[in-house]
Design a binder for this molecule. Structure first.
Ligand code: GCO
Length: 474
């Protein structure tokens, strides 16, 4: 997603606008970073998502997903791009996984495409889809890569969207059927499961701002989608634990450290509201704390969708919470609430390092987010995504992406700092392995450790990939 458009469009009534203060680099002169300092059990991996890499959108019996429909609709995606072929991971996964192994990663996070397994969302199963994911698992085990499976990374079957998608409470039943099937099918071999990927992002972008599939807008879509996603988050957790012996089950939540523009009441109040929206919205109901209506009064309108016993159903004691961190947000009071939020600060003008997505490079943000989530009664935290897009240049076959390497070093230092300060953070997954389809932004933002030429589909590890290879070899 484009961060600035996201902030402009998503942020709901009564909070404020944003600016980004100077980036203070306090990290110079620190000792060398070593993987072994993170501990022997620390999970090092790379994360991916089905729609962003697989391609084969209509091959071997796969049903259509909301992202197929959305990308095939004119005007939704930059340059009219789509994930029909993407990285062609569907056909190239054996050599891709060998490459990941060669880079010394031990864990591979991927998501199952629900419509590849159950083309109409419920009912009949697709044997070729099952076989595909079984081959991925076979390859992982041959290579000694541990699989981490995400059940839902945004590609809802189109057939279910036609019945209302996440807005329809029946999604809880559809999702349960899918989770039950997926865990019974793959749970004998795969033990690490992530129920939802960033429910805040897919509900707000897909059902409030309309920037992502299925392109719905408005609170009347957003609020039920949010509540149903929160219910599915917990229900999915219960199903994994019930069906998978020795399971390790989590869910992946986006987080952003929030600073007020200045330490004065009105900016602090704006920051508090943003914090509720960006950080508290999905973790607190799962811990039995309810929705953060104290800071976001508009959430009281959720009551319309909350049924008897839902408070209990929203709860689940996950084995880990996946944190995904990309940017820090600075809130400031705006004169224009309650209707419109405006992000009137262009991060490019602030003099801080920014990525190709226009996101601020702010390594300390991940430290603060980890520490913030550590205050909750959570068993373990895993960084399930962190990374950066830069405009990579291939020169004589080499991609000298120093900015990305330094991004990883600085963020990892902050993860280690949090661990040393007592946070139970025990894994880090790079976003992402291969350059891929970045949703509404198309193929331009390159987040990968491995460069993909989208004309030839050739893979070429960037220098940041070689940095990881070296770092993880110790
Ligand atoms: C998300 C997803 C990824 C994105 C990544 C970069 O958080 O949006 O998990 O699919 O590609 O975050 O935007």
């Amino acid at each position: 997603m484009d961060r600035n458009t996201f902030l402009k469009l998503m942020t709901a009534s009564g909070i404020g606008s944003f600016s980004i203060p100077s980036f203070a680099n306090s990290l110079l002169n620190q000792p060398l970073l070593r993987a072994k300092d993170f501990g022997p059990d620390f999970a090092w991996g790379a994360a991916t998502a089905s729609y962003q890499i697989e391609g084969a959108w209509n091959i071997d019996g796969k049903g259509e997903s909301i992202w197929d429909t959305f990308t095939h609709t004119k005007g939704k995606i930059k340059r009219g791009e789509n994930g029909d072929v993407a990285c062609d991971f569907y056909n190239r996964f054996p050599s891709d996984l060998r490459l990941l192994k060669d880079l010394n990663f031990k864990n591979f996070r991927f998501s199952l495409s629900w419509p590849r397994l159950i083309p109409s969302g419920t009912g009949a199963k697709n044997q070729k889809g099952i076989a595909f994911y079984n081959r991925i698992l076979d390859t992982c085990f041959e290579l000694n890569l541990t699989p981490w499976i995400t059940l839902y990374h945004w590609d809802l079957p189109r057939a279910l969207e036609e019945k209302g998608g996440w807005v329809n409470r029946d999604v809880v039943g559809w999702f349960s059927e899918y989770c039950d099937f997926a865990t019974r099918t793959f749970g004998d071999r795969a033990k690490n499961w992530i129920v939802l990927n960033e429910p805040f992002a897919f509900t707000s972008l897909g059902y409030m701002t309309g920037l992502h599939a299925p392109g719905k807008k408005g609170l009347h879509n957003y609020l039920p989608a949010l509540h149903h996603a929160a219910l599915c988050q917990a229900e999915g957790g219960r199903i994994v634990r019930q069906n998978v012996s020795q399971s390790n089950v989590g869910t992946a939540i986006s987080c952003s450290h929030i600073d007020p523009k200045k330490l004065v009441g009105r900016h602090q109040n704006a920051a508090k509201k943003l914090d509720a929206l960006f950080n508290r919205l999905f973790i607190e109901p799962s811990l039995g704390m309810g929705y953060p209506t104290d800071s976001l009064p508009f959430l009281k309108r959720l009551e319309k969708y909350i049924q008897f016993d839902d408070e209990r159903k929203l709860k689940f004691d996950f084995d880990f919470i996946g944190l995904q961190n990309y940017f820090r947000v600075v809130g400031k009071f705006s004169l224009f609430p309650p209707v419109i939020w405006a992000n009137d600060v262009n991060p490019k003008k602030l003099g801080n390092p920014i990525t190709d997505m226009g996101w601020e490079v702010y390594p300390e943000g991940i430290y603060h987010s980890i520490m913030q989530f550590s205050k909750y009664p959570i068993k373990e935290l895993i960084i399930t995504e962190n990374g950066a897009a830069f405009d990579d240049i291939v020169l004589n076959g080499e991609i000298a992406d120093e900015a990305r390497t330094s991004y990883f070093k600085e963020y990892l230092k902050q993860v280690l700092r949090a661990k040393q300060d007592g946070a139970k953070v025990n894994g880090y997954f790079v976003w992402t392995f291969l350059d891929n389809f970045e949703w509404a932004e198309g193929f331009r933002p390159r987040f990968g450790l491995v460069h993909v030429d989208f004309n030839t589909l050739n893979r070429n590890p960037k220098n940041s990939a070689y940095w990881f290879k070296e770092f993880l070899s110790e």
